[in-house]
Ligand binder design. Structure first.
Ligand code: ADP
Ligand code: MG
Length: 694
């Protein structure tokens, strides 16, 4: 038996969190830091020096020798460059030193990070600045300092800066609404996020034998195993020992880093699992999710497993996503998406709800773009994840309330006249509606919305920036209209009615996997962008540019830069996949099937010489040859289309989608057929059955 984990003792032990700061900082320094966080005041240098000193002493005690500014460039993963604390003192000796300046600001050589054209090559420098709202932590012998990353001219080159901006925006506008409902206490409203992370685990030795997995994170070939997920035995099934050991080690590492890992279970597909944390503020949830993905991979390596975060590692079984639970809460502890028990609380809830529905409808294309990626293209709309159409699920009770507002009819209680918002109490809305609609992209789940379209490998910042910004915009609209109102109740009623009735098309409570929904959505005028190449041009629509610039989330240059990077990265990914396909076909699959056909032919020759029947071998040889010829033709066609790539990113993305991917699919079709008729001894890499049912 291994030692039991004492969770309260290890939780957050590697984090320089508020409790540790309180313990280790002079009271005046601690207060200054708190003010800096709560009131966004700049940190004075003497304070920064004092914090840096305490942080370093603490980090040294925890075995750190280095520090690094840890940032989130637009690659979607994190970046770090480590400097040791050591500083020579003259007599051949060193001390361990760390200044406030080093804590607050860094200057990594940034020339190789994507900037989407923001930086001219002559000014490639980038700067990092400590985000004092995220805690520093120690990992692998280094003190990690979460930072923002920006250019010489001050443009954001990362994902954290716009997220922080969007959190401030939504907070300000939400507080304005709260004031209208008589809340004088709330100073700050925080966007909260709980991201559920799905992943696959497969044995390392099998992974190593597959070039496609190593280079692209997904299998580019592979006939379905005789068994798939049809028995539904894996979902919530018993966790096998090797995996449960992995999960235990993972939990411990996450807990040490103060990450609230809460739930773990097997998912629908064989070898697929999920981890859900307890929610936290959006900023730390995004930081934590980056760490979760990184540690999931490292932990797997230590257990001779590989963690696949790709959205679709295996064709024919479910892929992986991320459910982004999102809500707004006050610093006084109230969830703003919780229906209340008094008319006033209910009216306030309805403002937030109406703002959300209006915003999602108006900016559906923006939201759709934030979940677009080469990997996610395999999931959205493929009946394993929500369709590519954005809609909101409310559940029967809340939908009933919304309908009654739109129709001006009574809700449930026939004795009651039309419900007046802000005057009457809403019927109670149970927190956990049993009808958990799993096919909806944005589902109301009692006191939060679950955005279910995210891909498993993506950074969750983009979707949360969009949710916060959209919400800020709509709340601002409501606050502007209501602040000067002479007839608050009347105007409130009118505004909520208008928002809900004008945007009701985005509410859909039915089955999102149903083909009829696609037609219905089209009739309602909702967008349905099936792929990254189709939707991304909408990202930089004038409407979206106006939205993000108005709220200071991005300036136009920053926003366009993200678009460029997003498209470029899509093209690069499909390009690598196509090249890997070509490589595997030439060097592994074609030689294997030829060799096998050769051996079958040798058998035929031997049998004919012996004068015995070889009908089966001849049929097999014919089948092998036929498919090999076709495979060769498909490979040649793929090579041809790859030689004709258009230049501009937008055209190239569409070309990859409409020309290259179908050419890859065509080649795969023959390769997978050949796999099913080729002797296993000849097949050059592990099959789906080997990997998924090891
Ligand atoms: P459900 O049963 O509706 O899925 P859970 O309580 O299991 O609800 O929560 C699912 C996820 O939603 C968890 O990651 C949880 O932390 C997160 N969550 C719960 N409340 C909130 C909230 N107010 N804001 C953001 N995320 C939340
Ligand atoms: Mg889930």
């Amino acid at each position: 038996m291994s030692e039991p984990i004492r969770v309260p003792e290890i939780f957050g032990i590697d984090v320089f969190n508020e409790a540790t700061m309180k313990e280790r900082l002079e009271p005046a320094v601690f207060v200054a830091w708190k003010q800096c966080v709560s009131e966004a005041k700049p940190l004075e240098m003497p304070i920064a020096n004092a914090i840096a000193f305490a942080m370093k002493e603490w980090a040294l005690e925890r075995g750190a020798t280095h520090f690094t500014h840890w940032f989130q460039p637009m690659t979607g993963v994190t970046a770090e460059k480590h400097d040791s604390f050591l500083s020579p003192v003259g007599d051949g000796k060193v001390i361990m030193d760390f200044s406030g300046k080093e804590l607050v600001r860094g200057e990594p050589d940034a020339s190789s990070f994507p900037s989407g054209g923001i930086r001219a090559t002559f000014e490639a420098r980038g700067y990092t600045a400590w985000d004092p709202t995220s805690f520093a932590f120690v990992k692998d012998g280094s003190l990690y300092i979460p930072t923002c990353f920006f250019s010489y001219t001050g443009e954001a080159l990362d994902k954290k800066t716009p997220l922080l901006r969007s959190m401030e925006e939504v907070s300000r506008e939400a507080v304005r609404i709260l004031r209208l409902f008589g809340d004088t206490e709330t100073i700050k409203v925080t966007a909260s996020v709980g991201p559920e992370q799905e992943y696959f685990l497969i044995p390392r030795d099998l992974y190593d034998q597959r070039e496609d997995l190593r280079l692209t994170g997904r299998t580019l070939f592979g006939a379905p195993a005789p068994k798939g997920q049809e028995l539904e035995e894996h979902y919530f099934g018993t966790i096998r020992t090797r995996v449960s050991h992995y999960m235990k080690v993972l939990d411990e590492q996450l807990w040490r880093l103060g990450i609230l890992s809460k739930t773990k279970h097997n998912e629908v597909a064989p070898c697929q699992h999920e981890m859900a944390p307890i929610y936290s503020d959006a900023n730390s949830a995004c930081d934590s999710n980056q760490l979760v993905m990184e540690i999931m991979k490292k932990c797997a390596a230590a257990n001779n497993l590989v963690c696949l975060l790709h959205e679709k590692p295996f064709a024919g079984v479910n892929g992986s996503g991320k459910h982004n639970n999102w809500s707004l809460g006050t610093d006084t502890g109230k969830n703003l998406f919780s229906p209340g028990s008094t008319p006033r609380q209910n009216a306030q809830f309805l403002v937030f709800l109406a703002a959300f529905i209006k915003g999602v409808d108006e900016y559906q294309d923006f939201l759709r773009c934030t979940v677009a990626s080469a990997g996610n293209d395999h999931r959205l709309g493929a009946n394993e994840a929500p369709p590519a159409i954005i809609s909101v699920f409310l559940g029967d009770e809340l939908d009933g309330v919304v309908r009654s507002i739109i129709d001006g009819t009574d809700y449930q209680d026939p004795g009651k006249s039309t419900m007046r918002i802000g005057v009457d109490v809403l019927p109670s809305i149970p927190k956990d509606t049993t009808d958990r609609n799993r096919t909806s992209p944005l589902a109301f789940t009692g006191n939060k919305f679950e955005f279910r379209m995210l891909g498993s490998s993506q950074s969750i910042t983009g979707p949360n920036i969009a949710l916060n910004t959209i919400m800020a915009e709509e709340l601002q609209y409501f606050a502007d209209r209501l602040e000067g109102s002479k007839d608050f109740h009347g105007d409130l009623q009118k505004l909520i009615y208008e928002a809900l009735s004008e945007h009701q098309r985005v509410i859909f409570n039915g089955n999102g996997y149903d083909e009829s929904w696609v037609r219905e959505a089209e009739r309602r005028g909702l967008s349905n962008y099936r792929s990254t190449a189709e939707c991304m041009p909408q990202y930089v629509s004038q409407k979206n540019i106006d939205l993000v610039t108005k709220h200071g989330i991005y300036n136009e240059t920053e926003f366009r830069a993200r678009y460029e990077i997003h498209l470029e990265s899509y093209c690069k990914i499909v390009n690598i996949e196509a090249r890997t396909s070509i490589d595997m076909l030439h060097k592994q699959i074609l030689p294997a099937v030829s060799a096998y056909a050769g051996s079958v032919c040798a058998t035929i020759a031997a049998k004919e010489a012996a004068g015995v029947s070889c009908r089966a071998e001849k049929a097999l040889a014919a089948q092998l040859s036929e498919n090999t010829d076709r495979l060769y033709d498909a490979l040649t066609a793929l090579e041809d289309v790859m030689r004709a790539l258009p230049e501009p990113a937008k055209e190239q993305a569409m070309y990859f989608r409409t020309v290259v991917i179908p050419a890859m699919d065509e080649a795969r079709k023959y390769a997978d057929t050949l796999e099913t008729i080729t002797d296993k001894e000849y097949w050059p890499f592990p099959t789906y059955s080997d990997m998924l049912f090891y």
